[in-house]
Design a protein around this ligand. Structure first.
Ligand code: GLY
Ligand code: MN
Ligand code: MN
Length: 540
């Protein structure tokens, strides 16, 4: 009987999904539930977590940007709509009927008219049925029902950016946050800025006899962050000319570091970074798919690229391949930069109308069910690298190879970056582009390794590599026009970026399908593309 029931439910689910014809391979509700349980286990007793959904952002007039859920909120709930709040309790709570609960998801209320204009809402029933929450309520209940935030020892939230509008609804994110702030007694001024906190911590934790070191640190920080110069206590510490005075200010600073509220803005960010930096099997399936789609997109562009094409057209070819595989979005704005444009790290105009014989840098990532790839290939529009281009390309490749071999469990995540810098510096010196291998130069202005996941720059602690992390390896060399070197290198911007999975058996390059060596790229570019015969009417 039990099996018959399971079979019927499975068939029904299949039929319903079949009818709605929407993707069925999102993260499961068990994944999100499990993430909440892991996080709850880290909460001290008598604490509460409050996480808000992302706001809808306006593009212009009555047109909004496509909504994108806050990745932490999505990780914990699976809810893909705005105007929602997740509340989690460390300890069981009792409702007015005596039922126990330890979490509530507040969601957008079903609304026939709104749904006709802007699409179906999950509502309370949907949140219970599809996301597996035992307790879900309409967002307006978050405002109506009183949670006494003051009774908890700790209220864990993420720092508010307050970068959204008050819409007309009474339970939009603006009102939900506003209501929370009032009830919880949130005072934004109570928090020290991160930079100030860093300096204060240095002062508080350094013995008076070593204060010269602290002053050196303060001077360095002041060079980068003007705000520090105006801080009264830091100023006093710097000018105090006796140990007694210094000790007195140190005490005041230690006191200023003590929280005066039960609201904590670090717990969630740091624990979610620890959780999100290591991927589960479910996440790896989606992330691997996103990466493979992106690598295949690169292959199609390699075959299709012709000197008469524009940067926008190339972007379109990639993005068509993503969509063909059902990837919803790009994980970040596509970067397609020909020639000197390739030297702009986050170039997103992509508006050069003819790539000619330029080298084209293409940094593109499909987002599949929320997970984003980050793959870069740099290829010659003519199909053949010039000697100068190949010299620089092969050097970046060598640096990438040196880095990838270090993607091993237990290795510090800085190591690949340092290895790549070494290869690049020695190579640039050999080519005569810099005068010595330890000369400070502007040709590699970024690091090589970041986590990917729900964010393209996924959160993490950046300690040692652990099994099931997925981290980019992306060395580059950028020599803009007018650089202080032989003109033949001007306008060469090259980045090679792959997404590497850390396993017990060493690094696995998830984007390896897209050719990487200069020889393999030239071979791929010589192949015929289906787009060679795709001709549209001329409109000029
Ligand atoms: N696409 C941005 C990056 O490579 O980090
Ligand atoms: Mn990257
Ligand atoms: Mn990238």
């Amino acid at each position: 009987m039990k099996y018959l029931k399971i079979l019927l439910i499975t068939c029904l689910t299949f039929v319903l999904n079949g009818f709605s014809q929407t993707p069925t391979d999102y993260l499961t509700k068990d994944f999100h539930k499990n993430r909440r349980e892991i996080l709850r286990a880290k909460m001290p007793t008598n604490s509460i977590i409050v996480v808000f959904a992302n706001p809808v952002r306006n593009r212009a007039n009555d047109v909004d940007y496509v909504f994108h859920q806050d990745p932490n909120f999505y990780y914990l709930t699976g809810y893909r709509e705005p105007n929602a709040v997740l509340v989690m309790f460390s300890d069981n709570q009792t409702d007015k009927n005596g039922n126990l609960f330890n979490e509530i998801l507040y969601v957008q209320k079903r609304d026939k008219r709104a749904e006709q204009w802007n699409g179906k809402r999950l509502g309370v029933e949907g949140a219970i049925r599809e996301l597996g929450f035992k307790t879900a309520m309409n967002a307006e209940d978050f405002v109506k029902l009183n949670i006494d935030f003051k009774k908890f020892d700790k209220v864990f939230i993420e720092k508010f950016n307050d970068d959204y509008r008050d819409l007309s609804g009474s339970a939009d994110i603006f009102n939900l946050v506003k209501d929370f702030k009032i009830k919880a007694g949130y005072d934004p001024n109570i928090y020290l800025s991160r930079v100030k906190e860093y300096v204060y911590n240095n002062i508080a934790n350094t013995p008076i006899e070593s204060s010269a070191n602290v002053i050196q640190i303060i001077n360095q920080v002041e060079g980068r962050f003007e705000e520090i110069k105006d801080d009264k206590l830091i100023k006093e510490y710097k000018t105090a000319n006796t140990d007694v005075l210094k000790k007195d200010i140190k005490q005041k600073i230690t006191l200023a570091l003590k929280p005066k509220t039960n609201i904590d803005i670090t717990f969630l960010t740091s624990n979610l970074a620890t959780m999100r930096e290591v991927k589960t099997a479910e996440e790896l399936k989606l992330l691997t798919k996103a990466v493979r789609i992106s690598a295949i997109g690169q292959i199609e562009v390699m075959k299709a690229m012709k000197p008469h094409m524009s940067e926008t057209e190339l972007q379109g070819i990639h993005e068509f391949v993503y969509k063909k595989y059902g990837a919803e979005y790009e994980g970040y704005p596509s970067i397609v930069g020909a020639g000197n444009n390739g030297c702009i790290l986050h170039y997103i105009e992509n508006n050069k109308t003819k790539i000619g014989n330029d080298l084209v840098l293409m940094d593109l990532g499909a987002e599949y069910r929320g997970y984003t790839a980050d793959v870069t290939r740099t290829i010659p529009a003519s199909g053949k690298f010039t000697t100068a281009q190949k010299e620089i390309y092969d050097l970046v490749y060598e640096a990438q190879e040196a880095g990838i071999t270090l993607y091993k469990i237990g290795t510090n995540m800085q190591a690949p970056n340092l290895a790549a810098i070494k290869v690049i510096n020695e190579g640039l010196f050999k080519l005569g582009i810099i005068k010595s291998a330890d000369e400070k130069h502007p040709y590699l202005p970024h690091g090589t390794s970041h986590h990917i996941g729900l964010d393209v720059h996924d959160p993490g602690n950046y300690g040692n590599f652990e099994e099931n992390m997925v981290v980019t390896m992306e060395p580059g060399i950028y020599i803009p026009d007018g650089s202080n070197c032989d003109k033949k290198y001007w306008g060469i911007g090259i980045r090679i970026e792959d997404d590497i999975l850390i396993t017990k058996n060493g690094p696995v390059n998830l984007s390896e399908e897209a050719p990487r060596t200069s020889e393999e790229i030239e071979k791929m570019m010589a192949k015929k593309s289906v787009l060679d015969d795709f001709v549209l009417p001329n409109l000029d």
